[in-house]
Design a protein around this ligand. Structure first.
Ligand SMILES: Cc1cc2nc3c(=O)[nH]c(=O)nc-3n(C[C@H](O)[C@H](O)[C@H](O)COP(=O)(O)OP(=O)(O)OC[C@H]3O[C@@H](n4cnc5c(N)ncnc54)[C@H](O)[C@@H]3O)c2cc1C
Length: 323
C-alpha cells in the first residue's frame, strides 16, 4: 500500500511503523524546488505573502504601505489560521492602558518573565524586539479597527505585571477581521483564499527565491493523513515575486505525521487546539531551500486536547479550580 492510497484508519493502525511512514512523507515533500527555467509565470507581484494570520497580514500591510504590489495566499477557505481562533489576549509591556491604570512595568521584567517560562532557551534578541515593537503592533491593530476592552489590563499566568489586553469579543477574530478588511482595501493588495503555496521558485543559479508555485481552488481535506502530500485539488499557478516571498504559514500542531517526527510521544489521535490547516508543508519547503529551524521540537502540551476531549475540553477549567 502506498502512502498516498493509505486511509487514515490504516495509517493509525500501523502504530510502531508510524515513524517510518513519517520519514517517507518527509522525503516525498522534499522534491527539489523548481528554478526559473522550469516554470512559466502566470502573474507578477512585488511581494507574495504565504498565510493570513497576524504575521502574514501585518507583513502584507507593511509592504503595501510602501507601495508594493502584494499577493497574499491562504490555503484555507477563510482568513486567519490560528490567529482568528485565538483567545484575543495581547501581552504588551509598558502599554498605554497600563499607564492609564498606574501599573508599573518594564522591558526587563517582561524578558525575565519570558526566560523563566521558556526555561531560558529563548532568543533574547527576539524578546528585545517584542519589547521595542509590541506597542507599534498594538497601534497597528488599533489603526486597523481592532477593539480592546477598555479596562485594567489582565494579569495572565507567567507575567509579573498585568500587561495583557483582551479584545472586546475575547477572540483573535477581533483583530484579524478588521485587519483583513484593512489590508484588502490597501491599493495593490490582493488576498486569495483556497490558494495553497506548494513550493518556492528559485533563480536559475539557485541562490534566491523569485516566486512560488501554488494551486487556486484548493480544498483542504482534514480526513487525509497528510494533506500536504495527498491532496491534489486545485489548479496550478506560478507567481513571480520581484522583491521577495514572505513565509507566514504558522505552526504544525495538526500535522500528525510531522509532529510525531519531532516528538514521538504525541499520539496520532491526540487533538490540538489549532485550526485544521496547521500543517508543516510550507515550512518543510523552506527547510529544503536552506532555512534553519530552531526549537521546533518544543511542542506545547497542556491538560487539553486529550483524545477524550475536543479542543480545549474541560481539563483546563478543572485545573484552574485545582480539581
Ligand atoms: C486556540 C488558541 C488560542 C490562542 N490564544 C492566544 C492568545 O490569547 N494570545 C496570544 O498571544 N497567542 C495565542 N495563541 C497563539 C497565537 O494565536 C499564534 O501564535 C498566532 O496566531 C500565530 O500567527 P501566525 O500568523 O504565525 O500563524 P497563523 O495565524 O496560524 O496563520 C498561518 C496561516 O498560513 C496558512 N498557510 C499554511 N500553509 C500554507 C500554504 N502552503 N499556502 C497558503 N497558506 C498557508 C494557514 O492556513 C494559516 O491561515 C493561541 C493559539 C491557539 C491555537
Amino acid at each position: 500500500m502506498s502512502q498516498e492510497t493509505m486511509s487514515r484508519r490504516d495509517a493509525l493502525k500501523l502504530g510502531a511503523l508510524g515513524a517510518a511512514g513519517a520519514m517517507l512523507s518527509a522525503s516525498q515533500a522534499m522534491a527539489a524546488a523548481p528554478t526559473e527555467k522550469d516554470v512559466k509565470f502566470d502573474e507578477e507581484y512585488d511581494v507574495v505573502v504565504i498565510g493570513t494570520g497576524f504575521s502574514g497580514l501585518a507583513a502584507a500591510a507593511k509592504a503595501a504601505e510602501r507601495g508594493y504590489k502584494v499577493l497574499i495566499l491562504e490555503k484555507m477557505g477563510r482568513v486567519g489560521g490560528n490567529s482568528v481562533i485565538n483567545g484575543g489576549g495581547m501581552a504588551v509591556p509598558m502599554n498605554k492602558y497600563q499607564k492609564k491604570h498606574g501599573i508599573e512595568d518594564s522591558g526587563e521584567k517582561f524578558i525575565a518573565d519570558c526566560l523563566k517560562a521558556g526555561l531560558g532557551i529563548n532568543h533574547v534578541e527576539m524578546l528585545q524586539t517584542i519589547v521595542k515593537r509590541s506597542n507599534d503592533a498594538l497601534e497597528f491593530a488599533l489603526k486597523c479597527g481592532a477593539k480592546f476592552q477598555d479596562v485594567k489590563p489582565a494579569w495572565f499566568g507567567g507575567h509579573s505585571a498585568p500587561r495583557t489586553l483582551v479584545t472586546e469579543n475575547m477572540s483573535g477574530s477581533g483583530i484579524i477581521q478588521p485587519m483583513a478588511a484593512f489590508v484588502e482595501k490597501l491599493p495593490g493588495c490582493k488576498i486569495l483564499t483556497r490558494a495553497k503555496m506548494d513550493d518556492f521558485v528559485m533563480s536559475n543559479d539557485g541562490t534566491s527565491v523569485i516566486g512560488v508555485t501554488a494551486r487556486i481552488n484548493y480544498r483542504f481535506d482534514k480526513n487525509l493523513l497528510n494533506d500536504d502530500i495527498e491532496n491534489k485539488s486545485g489548479e496550478k499557478k506560478v507567481y513571480r515575486a520581484k522583491k521577495g516571498v514572505i513565509l507566514a504559514s504558522g505552526g504544525f500542531a495538526m500535522d500528525k505525521v510531522f509532529r510525531k517526527m519531532q516528538d514521538p510521544r504525541i499520539a496520532e489521535d491526540q487533538d490540538a487546539t489549532n485550526h485544521d490547516g496547521a500543517t508543516a508543508g510550507a515550512m518543510l519547503k523552506a527547510f529544503q531551500i536552506g532555512a534553519m529551524p530552531v526549537h521546533i521540537d518544543w511542542i506545547q502540551q497542556g491538560p487539553w486536547a486529550s483524545p477524550d476531549e475536543r479542543g480545549f475540553g474541560v481539563a483546563p477549567l478543572l485545573t484552574q479550580q485545582g480539581l
